[in-house]
Design a protein around this ligand. Structure first.
Ligand code: NAD
Length: 250
């Protein structure tokens, strides 16, 4: 449990901000049942990260798709937003949070009702043909047929999130930079800060004068470098405390 005066400080900072944004990592979805990639129980302790290497995907699409389907569609697909995702959507409705920049590809911010969501690493809900660029809603494609093929050019479809070796989607990148430069407060939730270039977003905000509030049960690369107020705890517990106090002020 985070000390009450620390929560009160965070509430004051958030309530007095004029352009607050959120920056989320895999940690916000842990309580929805989606493990992070790294760490003891992370997905990479069970699966080979090579399945998300772009060259490997084109060389071995069947092997890659078997694992991709299991992790990102059978497993991620069943996950539902948790109290932290809903709290961010509510803060946007209250006019407090202006945008959510997420490294996650699980669609849970949008499912929770957040509207201004910049998906820095893309999203698993769409598939794209790398050859003719045609897009498909993943839920409408029969993923039991491995590998899924483009109905126009018969190329092997790829999830529309970035693999190792791919660049950041341009629009999400540009919108994230603009939001980070405008922000006077950034709420970092559940991110190690180890993934580059996404981890530069909070730093850009800090360089432009933003206050940094961080929520994480563990210290991260941000904690001792740019964080102003560290709320040590799980995303749902801390966000529930913040939202109930912020609603009383609104
Ligand atoms: P990450 O940088 O996203 O870090 C995960 C962080 O979550 C850690 O700092 C950990 O302490 C924290 N955490 C764990 N439980 C938490 C909780 N209950 N509340 C708040 N924080 C909690 O690192 P990663 O997992 O290696 O992911 C790297 C990249 O992989 C992500 O940026 C994302 O693009 C992708 N990824 C996405 C998902 C998803 O879409 N849900 C899941 C795994 C990985």
């Amino acid at each position: 449990m985070v000390a009450q005066d620390t929560i009160e400080n965070a509430v004051e900072l958030i309530a007095n901000s004029s352009y607050a944004i959120a920056f989320t990592g895999a940690g916000i979805s842990v309580e929805s049942g989606i493990p992070p990639f790294r760490g003891k129980d992370g997905l990479w302790s069970k699966y080979d990260p090579n399945v998300l290497d772009l060259n490997n995907f084109f060389l071995n699409p069947i092997d890659s798709w078997r694992v991709i389907k299991e992790i990102f569609y059978d497993f991620f697909g069943a996950a539902k937003p948790n109290a932290a995702h809903f709290a961010l959507a509510e803060l946007e409705n209250l006019g407090i949070i202006k945008a959510v920049i997420t490294q996650n590809i699980d669609n849970l911010h949008t499912d929770a009702g957040s509207k201004e969501v910049y998906e820095f690493h893309g999203n698993s809900r769409m598939l794209v043909c790398p050859y003719c660029a045609k897009e498909f809603v993943a839920a409408e494609v029969n993923l039991n047929d491995i590998v899924p093929l483009c109905d126009s050019c018969h190329g092997v479809l790829k999830p529309d999130f970035i693999f190792f070796g791919e660049s950041i989607p341009q629009l999400a990148y540009q919108k994230s930079i603009v939001a980070a430069e405008k922000a006077d407060l950034i709420l970092i939730i559940g991110s190690t800060g180890e993934v580059v270039p996404s981890s530069t977003i909070p730093t850009i905000a800090k360089q432009n004068g933003a206050m940094i509030i961080e929520i994480n049960p563990e210290r991260s690369l941000f904690t001792d470098s740019i964080t102003d107020l560290f709320l040590q705890g799980k995303a749902t517990e801390v966000m529930e405390q913040l939202i109930s106090k912020l609603k009383m002020k609104a």
